[in-house]
Design a binder for this molecule. Structure first.
Ligand SMILES: Nc1ncnc2c1ncn2[C@@H]1O[C@H](COP(=O)(O)OP(=O)(O)OP(=O)(O)O)[C@@H](O)[C@H]1O
Ligand SMILES: [Mg+2]
Length: 328
């Protein structure tokens, strides 16, 4: 007899009012993944597709697949300033609520610190934020923030900023999405995923991870959250390459790069696109300074080769910031 696509006698399927399929998958590395799917449930409009679940003390925890369209809303897209005037000028006022920003840059360019600056600034205005750290440990991140003078401790203590370290091998995409939804329900207005490389590597074999990310980002946008996705590019200073192209998922793209000027390695920042409004098309110098945090300079016009990924500064060295230049 034909056992059908899932290997069950079709007679048994037609006799039952409901059929739920439960699966356990073992990735090459990390914890087993469990997912379930409702094949039929008579008289009920159920959510189709696979849903991740875990077995915990007390029972099953199911993470229903997120459908962004169910959270549709039309919130006003108000810009959120970063607290650094030059950066806000570059960003056209700031990052807008209900939009997703992709921060691109090679290792050590300051991506995480830029996200932390936003967390601090928003917290100081009463907006809660959560940062999911996939790559570095929470303690290194917080120690760096402290050394740079980003006063995060009081916001962490008050619960206005949460840094959650995610163990990539232990969590399914469904559970991760559930954590984000929980944070948003708890009032978070800023969500940072640091990094997407970690997120993508964390769940290898998840063919539909990008689709899940798409739903997640859509959900966060409908909820009016400022979403920051960080993507580390390969190659330290050579033409940087992204492991995946996620620029279409993002409303705003910010690029951090190293450049050379007068025998020194410096960092630059540029906003490549912003769907929600105008922004500066210039490149500015970006600097992390002990005790002073992020400093952003005036637009630097004398660059060449920005689009090739290796900007070269052709101007006079006096035009870039020196360590003792002004304040933040
Ligand atoms: N106390 C400090 N004072 C000045 N600069 C610092 C200090 N601590 C770290 N930095 C600079 O900050 C950089 C790291 O910043 P950050 O971690 O935000 O970059 P990132 O782009 O997120 O890096 P990664 O790709 O490794 O995650 C270091 O490369 C260093 O140049
Ligand atoms: Mg980082």
């Amino acid at each position: 007899m034909d056992k059908g696509t899932i290997g069950i006698d079709p007679h048994v399927l037609s006799l039952s009012h409901g059929v739920i399929e439960m699966e356990q998958l073992s990735p090459d590395y990390g914890k087993s993944r469990r997912r379930l799917r409702v094949l039929k449930l008579r008289g009920v409009k159920f959510r189709e597709g696979y849903h991740d679940y875990t077995i915990e003390t007390g029972g099953l925890r199911v993470f229903p697949r997120l459908v962004a369209a169910e959270h549709y809303s039309t919130l006003a897209r108000e810009p959120v300033p970063s607290g650094i005037k030059e950066l806000d000028d570059l960003f056209g006022g700031g990052l807008d609520r209900g939009t997703t920003t992709l921060i691109l840059g090679t290792a050590g360019t300051g991506k995480s610190t830029l996200a932390l600056q936003y967390a601090r600034q928003m917290a100081s205005k009463g907006d809660r934020g959560i940062l999911f750290a996939f790559d570095e440990t929470r303690s290194i991140m917080l120690a760096r923030a402290k050394a740079l003078g980003l006063d995060l401790e009081k916001h962490i203590e008050s619960g206005a900023v949460t840094v959650q370290q995610v163990d990539p091998a232990e969590i399914s995409p469904g559970e991760f999405a559930a954590r984000i939804r929980e944070a948003v329900k708890g009032g978070c207005k800023l969500v940072v995923i640091d990094t997407l490389n970690g997120y993508l590597n964390a769940m290898p074999g998840e063919k539909y991870l990008i689709n899940q990310l798409h739903e997640l980002v859509g959900y966060l946008n409908y909820k009016g959250v400022v979403t920051i996705l960080i993507l580390a590019q390969h190659g330290l200073v050579a033409a940087a390459e992204s492991p995946v192209d996620l620029s279409y998922l993002s409303d705003t793209v910010v690029s951090l790069r190293f450049f050379e000027a007068a025998g020194e390695v410096k960092q630059s920042i540029a906003m490549i696109k912003k769907r929600s409004g105008p922004h500066e098309k210039t490149i500015r110098e970006f600097k992390l300074e002990p005790g002073q945090g992020i400093r952003v300079g005036q637009p630097l016009k004398e660059f060449q080769g920005v689009l090739t990924g290796v900007p070269v500064f052709r101007g006079r060295s006096g035009k870039t910031m020196s360590a003792s230049d002004g304040k933040k």
